[in-house]
Write a protein of this length. Structure first.
Length: 312
């Protein structure tokens, strides 16, 4: 098995009403928990690396950990750059062996976003790598990407069609109401499904991507708070909304916050109950199992990708 692109995964997802989980990774235990879950559920898998992960763990370490996961489990994995801020970082990740990159030009005017994205697409495609881009802005914070809710703008369907046609991008991240972080909604959760349906109607063969799509599972928030955390008023995207979005071209669902919550909740619980422990293996092991269980839940109940098989 090997590192693969997301191309075949998305082709299957578009025709079978499921989505592929794209899980952010930062260290060995997170990678192991995610990969073990995907292997157990026989699901396609995308592991993605953000700017914060590159800074924390360094790309070379993460690349080798992902390669080790492939050797250990025998599954195919798509390795994706999340929120690449410019052409240079996208090029570097392509050259380093990533099989998918995201160029995030959403902070630029449309024409400039098109120009930047097209440049990345041309280079990546010449190396057999696929490209995701973003149109519209999400509220919240993800590593070095910060957008105030008042400045967040939803994706314009007509612009989306123009953007895809002019750039040749392989998948498109859209803004329909999701946001980064653990505090996604101040009031009732809302996604603009009519906007999503129109985008999918105009570009029916283009895989769509939901960023900021963690459900912020209440059991992990409660466990964090029970064992010393302070996370009042967290709110994620309800699972039924993700399931609905998958019906209209959403093929990739980004999940990061739920991984952090699952891991942190279990570590807090262990250290509270076993204050004598100072061996990281004693608390990182259970944290890894918590991630595995949470990812299996996502694959089976939110993404519908259980049993969809190898990406190739």
């Amino acid at each position: 098995m090997a590192l693969v692109t997301s191309k075949y995964m998305f082709e299957k997802a578009l025709t079978n009403d499921h989505a592929i989980g794209a899980f952010n990774v930062n260290n060995m235990e997170i990678i192991q928990g995610i990969v073990d879950a995907a292997q157990a559920e026989n699901s396609g898998l995308i592991l993605q690396v953000s700017a914060g992960a590159r800074k924390y763990a360094k790309p070379a370490y993460l690349l080798k950990l992902v390669e080790a996961a492939i050797i250990d489990t025998g599954i195919d994995i798509c390795l994706h750059l999340d929120h690449g801020e410019d052409f240079d970082i996208c090029k570097k990740c392509v050259d380093d062996g990533f099989t998918s990159v995201m160029i995030d030009g959403s902070g630029h005017p449309l024409n400039e976003n098109i120009e930047i994205t097209k440049k990345v697409v041309e280079y990546a495609h010449s190396k057999g790598v696929v490209v995701e881009a973003e149109l519209g802005k999400l509220a919240g914070i993800e590593d070095n990407v910060s957008v105030d809710a008042r400045q967040a703008t939803f994706t314009d369907p007509d612009e989306a069609a123009e953007f895809v046609q002019k750039t040749g991008v392989d998948s498109l991240a859209i803004a329909i109401g999701t946001s980064h972080g653990a505090y996604k909604f101040k009031g009732d959760p809302y996604l603009d499904f009519e906007r999503l349906k129109k985008i999918h109607f105009l570009i029916p063969n283009v895989p769509l991507v939901l960023h900021g799509a963690s459900t912020v599972l209440p059991e992990f928030v409660a466990k964090c708070n029970e064992y010393g955390g302070d996370l009042p008023g967290t709110r994620g995207v309800p699972e039924e909304m993700i399931l609905e979005a998958v019906k209209y071209g959403v093929c990739k669902v980004n999940i990061d916050t739920d991984l952090r919550l699952a891991m942190t909740a279990e570590i807090r619980k262990h250290l509270k109950e076993h204050p004598e422990n100072f061996d990281p293996r004693k608390y990182l092991g259970p944290a890894r199992e918590a991630i595995k269980g949470m990812v299996q839940h996502k694959i089976k109940n939110v993404l519908n990708s259980s049993g969809t098989g190898s990406p190739r």
